[in-house]
Ligand binder design. Sequence first.
Ligand code: ZN
Length: 363
Amino acid sequence: MQQPGSTVSRSAGGLQPVKAYGFPTVFGRNLVAELNDFVHRPFLVVTMADLWPVFEPLLDPGHCRPYLVESIEEQDLLRDLAELPSCEAIVGLGGGQALDVAKYFAWKRRLPLFQVPTALSVNAVFGQRSGVRSEGRVRYLGWAVPESVFIDYDVLRAAPRHLNYSGIGDILCFHTGVLDWKYASETGKCEAKWPYDAALAAQSLEKVEAVLRRQEAIRDLTDEGIRVLVDGLQWGTTYHGAGWMPRHIEGIDHFVFYALERQTGKKFLHGQPVCLGVYVGSLMHACRAQEMLSAVAGIGLDIRPEAMGLTWAQVSEALLGLKSFVGEAGLWHSIAHDVEITPDLVDEIRDGIASAYGAWSKP
Ligand SMILES: [Zn+2]
């Protein structure tokens, strides 16, 4: 596994820089109980109400107290922060929201941060900024680098499987991200500050290939499958490592998600709309769409609209309006900025998904 820090590696073209990525990350078992012995005391455990009863017996009440996340609205967090007793460190224990709030508190209080993801649904744990809401809109702000991220195989395997499968979204999106970057570059529409970098793109694509090669291990959440997911999600830190540039890690894949979120106001399991966007983008670029869809379905992530609590009419509306959405939202140039999604393409997407998953029946 790649160690954090900037290094160089020899490739066919000579010495190529490897962008700094990843935070110190430890893999193992029984890691939550170990926190008692080394985290600065007393420490605040930022977690969720449904998770706390599972982990409370493992943590010494003499050394820590819980903070149960109810809101990621910045005003609520600032109010709670003012009322919190003093502590010496922050532990994030949960999925995306708990980890983001832990980052936010660590940033505001300038405290050491230790992160323990309980599911790999999103790459939040491998980003310096915290995704909080301000007047209902997501803002990424702050700066928090964890002392370490603890990947506990048994904790992750105990989570509902689809939460971990969701993590492939933030890796497969490198495929469409790179396609959009190349497309924008070739059509002369790439932002001057983000010129195409083939070596960096190739590194992103290696992470995609790793997922495609190890679909069974990911589906079965073996130790190896978990390591493949973590390695791909760690690449999220290259948003910072490449100078706050998202080009090699996301494009139309996430734009589809943003469009659905804007239109419906719904909360999503991140990987579902993102993987739908990967499929849509791969079709538009005519590049490995079937392969992407088969991998997502084979691993077990359901991207049918119904599985996200949507109707096909809602998805269709978002896709037909994607071109105007990306233009208005001021997102970096992608194929969606130039190519209108037609009703025929929506039919093709619908047919493709139906043949991969079969007809929807209520679980
Ligand atoms: Zn994402």
